[in-house]
Design a protein around this ligand. Structure first.
Ligand SMILES: *[C@@H]1O[C@H](CO)[C@@H](O)[C@H](O)[C@H]1NC(C)=O
Ligand SMILES: *[C@@H]1O[C@H](CO)[C@@H](O)[C@H](O)[C@H]1NC(C)=O
Ligand SMILES: *[C@@H]1O[C@H](CO)[C@@H](O)[C@H](O)[C@H]1NC(C)=O
Ligand SMILES: *[C@@H]1O[C@H](CO)[C@@H](O)[C@H](O)[C@H]1NC(C)=O
Ligand SMILES: *[C@@H]1O[C@H](CO)[C@@H](O)[C@H](O)[C@H]1NC(C)=O
Ligand SMILES: *[C@@H]1O[C@H](CO)[C@@H](O)[C@H](O)[C@H]1NC(C)=O
Length: 557
């Protein structure tokens, strides 16, 4: 089909969606307020044994992994968090866009941490980003010992998703595991050393055993929600004898291909359908490290309800090499005909036709100056500040806390030294921006941008040049919030900066992020308008230099 025919077809459908959307808006406007869902979380230490050896873990309401959050688009989610740990705590709702509301994003650049022995109530609204997400603690290295859990955003009944209802839904949270306390890992990083290699991999906080993790009835189809909640390693996920039909990733409904396995990079989530159509017995579910000299593997077992035997045969093999993974990335396409809600605001569907107003190239660097390990972006290694950046900006005292734009949009790729400072850039509200991630190193990278979902246009080996734009997928790239960058490779994304706030762009790898490979993007509403951004919540914790300052005048409507 010619390109233009495709366009016309898409435009026709866009019109249909617009109609559907208007109907929904009309329906919504008669409701007095969107529904609320409430959670109370008690966060404590407790004993866990993901590798079979008891160790200290972080539990939420006694659970590891933490309790799931079930939400439906437009729900107001209210979570009262009691911090019973002995150190400050913040959670981020990884991938939730928080429109107009970076106040609740849970990073140290926007929120004061919850002090030990106190509580704080998060309040945010989830929008039409139907899909699979997870939450985790952003403070210190707490994530290394738990505090993470799944977060689903279901579709409202009005908006169908492009597949039949599954018989049931199962979480699969996979991650590497270091087997050390979060304080020991943090001490290593604080002293300028690496956390080294993990000791194993877990699936839902456990590895091995023959007790079934999940049971499927023969002939039925199940939804598995898979997220890599680990610190460092890309993982390959597969289920013996069962193809994974990919239906959604990070809020985009995709062209539904079958995969023997999926490479899930740190911080990424995939939703797949699995049909129980094999001989009735047990099967292995496998997660194993990719691109590592020594491969670490976790297995769990899934059962058929009428099953008559244990899992047998060898584990299904993992793919080899980088090329396979790059090709898999390229195979992810947005299903342009799926009728589910768009994760992006109206207008972005024709992203390929919007003129780029700015190109930001971000190059990751590593430094071992004075024997101390630091990571950076474009020569700056971020440090968190006592006063959250967003609060300093809101109170008009940004100049006392940080400087904007220490880094250049088009850096030289050689950074002999790293400047250690808060790394904040600003973007003009509603600009359409291209971001290039260049990875000159030997280790794969995985980046996340809070507050947005972006079009993942290309991931390629070599160096980026403007001519490479001809390789971009400008038609049906998927819209997501994390992207991997292979060694000596680059990745390109595009997005409209239409969500006012202070947003964290970070390496999802815990070590890199903790040692500075992150920055914040300040997107200001031009006239402090309530239309663009919510006011500082009444209940927001205050700390640093703004603690006792008079509140600035609120945004106007
Ligand atoms: C969340 O939704 C799933 C799927 O409908 C359901 O099985 C599960 O029990 C729900 N969990 C909670 C805590 O409500
Ligand atoms: C702490 O929890 C109590 C309920 O136990 C609640 O009334 C209060 O608003 C919470 N405080 C914060 C700051 O969220
Ligand atoms: C895209 O979604 C439509 C609508 O639900 C569905 O019928 C179709 O099979 C999907 N196409 C692909 C290639 O996955
Ligand atoms: C994009 O830029 C081109 C060339 O500068 C211009 O002709 C076109 O009108 C612009 N398109 C939009 C949508 O602004
Ligand atoms: C970004 O910051 C620079 C330097 O402080 C300033 O001159 C510029 O106006 C800012 N731009 C926006 C869009 O806020
Ligand atoms: C405030 O901002 C909005 C949206 O950016 C714009 O439409 C409006 O004209 C602005 N108002 C003033 C008084 O500048």
């Amino acid at each position: 089909m010619a390109f233009l025919d495709v366009r016309k077809k898409i435009m026709g459908r866009v019109w249909t969606w617009t109609m559907a959307l208007m109907l929904c808006l009309m329906a919504a406007s008669v409701r007095s307020e969107d529904p609320y869902i409430y959670y109370t979380w008690k966060v404590t230490y407790g004993t866990i044994a993901p590798m079979g050896v008891p160790q200290q873990g972080i539990l939420i309401n006694g659970q590891f992994p933490g309790p799931e959050i079930n939400s439906t688009s437009n729900n107001n989610v209210v979570i009262n968090v009691f911090n019973n740990l002995d150190e400050p705590l913040l959670f981020t709702w990884h991938g939730v866009q928080h429109r107009k509301n970076s106040w609740q994003d849970g990073t140290l650049g926007v929120q004061c941490p919850i002090a030990p022995g106190t509580n704080y109530t998060y309040h945010f609204q989830v929008k039409d980003q139907i899909g699979t997400y997870f939450y985790y603690p952003t403070t210190g290295l707490q994530r290394a010992i738990g505090g993470f859990g799944g977060l689903r955003i279901f579709s409202r009944l009005l908006i169908p998703v492009p597949y039949a209802d599954p018989a049931d839904e199962y979480w699969v949270l996979i991650g590497d595991w270091f087997g050390k306390s979060h304080t020991a890992l943090k001490q290593k990083l604080d002293s300028g050393r690496s956390i080294g290699r993990p000791v194993g991999v877990h699936i839902n906080g456990k590895n091995g055993g023959l007790e079934p993790l999940y049971t499927m009835e023969p002939g039925k189809t199940y939804k598995y929600r898979i997220c890599n909640v680990g610190l460092k390693d890309s993982l390959n996920f597969r289920i013996q004898g069962h193809p994974l039909k990919l239906v959604e990733t990070e809020g985009s409904h995709v062209v539904q291909n079958n995969y023997d396995s999926l490479d899930v990079h740190v911080g990424q989530c995939y939703t797949v359908l699995v049909t129980a159509d094999q001989e009735p017995k047990d099967y292995f579910m496998v997660a194993s490290t990719r691109f590592t000299k020594k491969v670490l593997t976790a297995t769990r077992v899934i059962r058929y309800s009428n099953g008559v035997g244990p899992a047998s045969g060898g584990l299904p093999p993992a793919p080899q090499g980088w090329a396979w993974s790059i090709n898999q990335f390229r195979s992810f396409r947005w299903n342009l005909t799926a009728s589910a809600a768009r994760p992006n605001p109206q207008g972005s569907y024709h992203y390929g036709q919007i003129n780029i107003t700015r190109t930001i190239k971000l190059v990751n660097t590593v430094s071992r100056a004075n024997g101390k390990l630091r990571y950076g972006l474009n020569g700056v290694s971020h440090v968190d500040t006592q006063t959250p950046l967003k609060l300093a900006e809101y109170y008009g005292v940004a100049d006392k806390v940080f400087k904007y734009n220490l880094i250049s949009d088009s850096p030289d790729t050689a950074f002999p030294d790293l400047t250690v400072a808060p790394n904040v850039i600003n973007a003009t509200f509603r600009d359409f921006i291209e971001v290039i991630f260049e990875n000159p190193g030997k280790v794969i990278q995985s980046y996340n941008l809070d507050g947005y979902s972006f079009f993942a246009l290309a991931v390629e080996p070599g160096k980026w040049t403007p001519e490479k734009r001809k390789n971009y997928n400008l038609l049906d790239a998927i819209s997501r919030h994390t992207i991997q960058v292979f060694p000596n490779s680059w990745a390109a994304i595009m997005l409209t900066f239409d969500n006012a706030g202070m947003w964290n762009l970070r390496s999802e790898m815990a070590e890199n992020r903790y040692l500075g490979q992150q920055l914040y993007v300040s997107v200001l509403s031009p006239n402090r308008s309530l239309r663009d951004e919510y006011n500082l919540p009444e209940t927001q914790l205050l700390c640093g230099i703004v603690k006792d300052m008079p509140k600035p005048p609120p945004y106007s409507s």
